[in-house]
Design a protein around this ligand. Structure first.
Ligand code: SF4
Length: 293
């Protein structure tokens, strides 16, 4: 069975296979999105727009902000009041302007660069046609050593650890950017650009250079994850990641919160399918979309 493994799906499976099953197998979604996620998406969009149209920021940003919120109506958001929703719009715009000032000039080659390739071993050139790897790279910037990957993160405090050198997502992006000439390709510069939403917004860069070793590792990871998904191997992996998981109430049996957040249907569907082993036998009749990835 062909399978497309996007960066988001890969990271969801690695962090918790049950989360992957709920999101991409059962296709359960919160009725309203978390405000922190929405504002992260808004700032992401505004900063990318500002970097693309740096000479016209004052005109572009208010329009981009308006369009973003028009496509994200109050009813789909988890804000308590309309005032909170409106305040978020103003704050996202002002934070984004500040972030763009802090970032300064940046030569940009592409924004939201969408790359899909068949999984290919960087050393042997072996191709696994049934596995497509996909990534949407936030920014491809121009450096002296060639195109570089920048992944934007919107966070509430300064990250305590450097992660770029060991990040699977940056390795995946670098692998996609280098495809298909791995032997000739130079190592790829990668970075997390952290947009830190403290009282006074600030930014940090977390940089690394990734090459063939990291590409080989990410190919192995993709092969293992793809094989596990195809075999229907899903299990709960409780831990810190539960703190920001949209399915926490469902997964931890808090019915009232789960119904409020995901709806009655989601609760009942989950009850029918939470025995994963039994569900594997029944899944084709329960949800024809199951395991589509
Ligand atoms: S709450 Fe925790 S264990 Fe349950 S799906 Fe989410 S991350 Fe996995």
């Amino acid at each position: 069975m062909p399978l497309t493994l996007s960066k988001t799906k890969l990271m969801a499976y690695i962090s918790c296979p049950e989360k992957f099953r709920l999101r991409y197998g059962l296709r359960l979604k919160p009725l309203r999105d978390d405000p922190a996620l929405i504002e992260g998406r808004a700032i992401h969009h505004l900063v990318e727009s500002g970097l693309m149209y740096r000479d016209a920021i004052e005109d572009v940003l208010p329009v981009a902000n308006m369009r973003f919120w028009e496509s994200t109506p109050f009813e789909t958001c988890g804000y308590d009041t309309i005032e909170d929703y409106q305040h978020a719009q103003t704050r996202c715009l002002s934070d984004s302007i500040k972030f763009l000032e802090l970032i300064g000039p940046m030569p940009i080659l592409a924004v939201e660069k969408d790359i899909q390739v068949p999984l290919t071993h960087p050393f042997t050139g072996e191709v696994w046609d049934s596995i497509t790897i996909r990534g949407l790279i936030d920014l491809v910037s121009e450096t002296e050593s060639g195109p570089a990957v920048i992944d934007i993160k919107t966070v509430g405090r300064t990250p305590s650890m450097k992660m770029a050198a060991i990040s699977s997502e940056l390795a995946l992006y670098a692998y996609l950017l280098a495809y298909p000439d791995y032997w000739d390709a130079r190592p790829v510069e990668v970075a997390f650009l952290n947009l830190i939403r403290t009282k006074e917004p600030k930014i940090t860069y977390d940089k690394a250079v990734l090459g063939l070793d990291e590409f080989e590792n990410i190919v192995t990871t993709c092969r293992q994850v793809a094989a596990s998904i195809k075999l229907g191997h899903f299990w709960k992996n409780p831990g810190m990641q539960c703190g920001w998981c949209s399915y926490k109430s469902l997964c931890h049996g808090d019915k009232q919160t789960a119904v409020n957040m995901l709806g009655e249907y989601a609760w009942e569907f989950y009850q029918m399918t939470k025995d994963v082993v039994a569900y594997q036998q029944l899944s084709p009749t329960l949800n024809p979309h199951d395991q589509a990835a």
